[in-house]
Design a protein around this ligand. Structure first.
Ligand code: PAF
Length: 290
C-alpha cells in the first residue's frame, strides 16, 4: 500500500498501472473511515485490479458555520482499514496541494445544488463538484464508487461526469446500516448515547413511508408529511426536510407516478443526519445496487 501526498505522484502511479493493462477502482473519501467506506473498497476491489482511495477533508464543501474544524479525523485508523481492505494507493494531500490558489476556481452545479440538502447548505454541492472534478482528473480513467446515503451528491456527481466528459464510470453503492437501521456516517460520532438511540427515527420514517406506499398511498405530500411527523415526534430530532422527489431530477413530486427518492434530513444533537430510499410507482422499495 502506497501513501502519496502529491498530485503528480498519484497521476504517475495510476498511469503506470493503466499502461500495464490494470483497471483502477477509485473510492473518494473524507476519511474517518467506517464499514460504509470498507464496503465501497470491497466493491472496487472485486471489480478492478487496483484500488485507489483519496482521504481529504475538502474545505470547499463546508459552510462558514459548519463543522470543518471539528470534522473527525484519524489517519492511523484510516490507514489500517485501507490495509485490511487491500487498498493499493492512498492519496492524502494537504489543502495547499489541492488548492494552491486561495480563491480557487470552482465548478458550479446550478439549480440541482439548491434542492434538498442544498437549501440548508448553500454552496455545498459546488464544493463537492469542484473537489470531485479535481479528483477525477487526478485519478484518470477509472470506476469511482459512491454511497447512496448521499443520494443528492450521487445524482450531481453522475451529472458532473457526463456533463464534463470525465473518463470515469460512477458507481452508486447500497447504504450500509448499523443493526438498528441507522445509516453509517462519519458524523454519527457526534451522537451521545441518547441521541444515538433517537437517530434511528430517520430510518423509521422512511420505513413507515415505504409501508404506506406498499398500502397504495401515492400522494407525495401525504407521504412527506408522514415522514416529517414521525421525525418531529422524536424530541431529540429537529427536522430539516422530508421530501418525495423524482429520483433523477430531484424535482418535488405531487404523485408517486415514477421512480422517487424519499429523502430525510434532521439534526440530532450536533449531527446533521440524512437518509433516503428509492421507491417505484409499483410500491417496491429499494436502496439500489447499480
Ligand atoms: O462523500 C464524501 O465523503 C465527500 O463528499 C467526497 C465525495 C469525498 C468529496 O469530498
Amino acid at each position: 500500500m502506497r501513501l502519496l501526498t502529491r498530485i503528480s505522484d498519484v497521476q504517475r502511479a495510476l498511469d503506470k498501472e493503466r499502461e500495464a493493462g490494470r483497471r483502477v477502482g477509485f473510492v473518494p473519501t473524507m476519511g474517518f473511515l467506517h464499514e460504509g467506506h470498507a464496503s465501497l473498497m470491497r466493491r472496487a476491489r472485486a471489480e478492478n485490479d487496483v484500488v485507489f482511495v483519496s482521504i481529504f477533508v475538502n474545505p470547499l464543501q463546508f459552510g462558514a458555520n459548519e463543522d470543518l474544524a471539528a470534522y473527525p479525523r484519524d489517519l492511523d485508523s484510516d490507514l489500517s482499514l485501507c490495509e485490511t481492505e487491500r487498498v493499493d494507493v492512498i492519496f492524502h494531500p494537504n489543502v495547499d496541494e489541492m488548492y494552491p490558489d486561495p480563491n480557487p476556481f470552482r465548478v458550479t452545479v446550478g439549480e440541482i445544488g439548491s434542492k434538498l440538502c442544498g437549501r440548508a447548505r448553500p454552496g455545498h454541492f459546488d464544493g463537492v463538484a469542484t473537489v470531485v472534478a479535481k479528483l477525477f482528473n487526478i485519478a484518470g480513467p477509472c470506476r469511482a464508487y459512491f454511497g447512496r446515503k448521499d443520494a443528492q451528491q450521487l445524482v450531481i456527481i453522475e451529472r458532473l461526469a457526463r456533463a464534463l466528459n470525465f473518463p470515469v464510470t460512477v458507481v452508486g453503492c447500497d447504504i450500509v446500516r448499523e443493526p438498528d437501521g441507522l445509516a453509517m456516517s462519519s458524523r454519527n460520532i457526534y451522537l451521545n448515547g441518547e441521541e444515538r438511540r433517537a437517530a434511528v427515527v430517520l430510518k423509521r420514517a422512511l420505513d413507515e413511508a415505504a409501508a404506506a406506499i406498499g398500502s397504495r398511498e401515492r400522494d407525495a405530500r401525504r407521504i412527506g408529511n408522514l415522514m416529517g411527523s414521525r421525525i418531529s415526534s422524536e424530541p431529540l430530532a429537529k427536522l430539516d426536510y422530508a421530501a418525495v422527489v423524482d429520483a433523477e431530477t430531484l424535482e418535488d413530486l405531487d404523485r408517486l407516478d415514477r421512480p422517487a427518492l424519499l429523502a430525510v434530513a434532521a439534526w440530532v444533537g450536533k449531527a446533521r443526519l440524512i437518509d433516503n430510499t428509492t421507491v417505484t410507482p409499483e410500491g417496491a422499495s429499494s436502496e439500489g445496487s447499480s
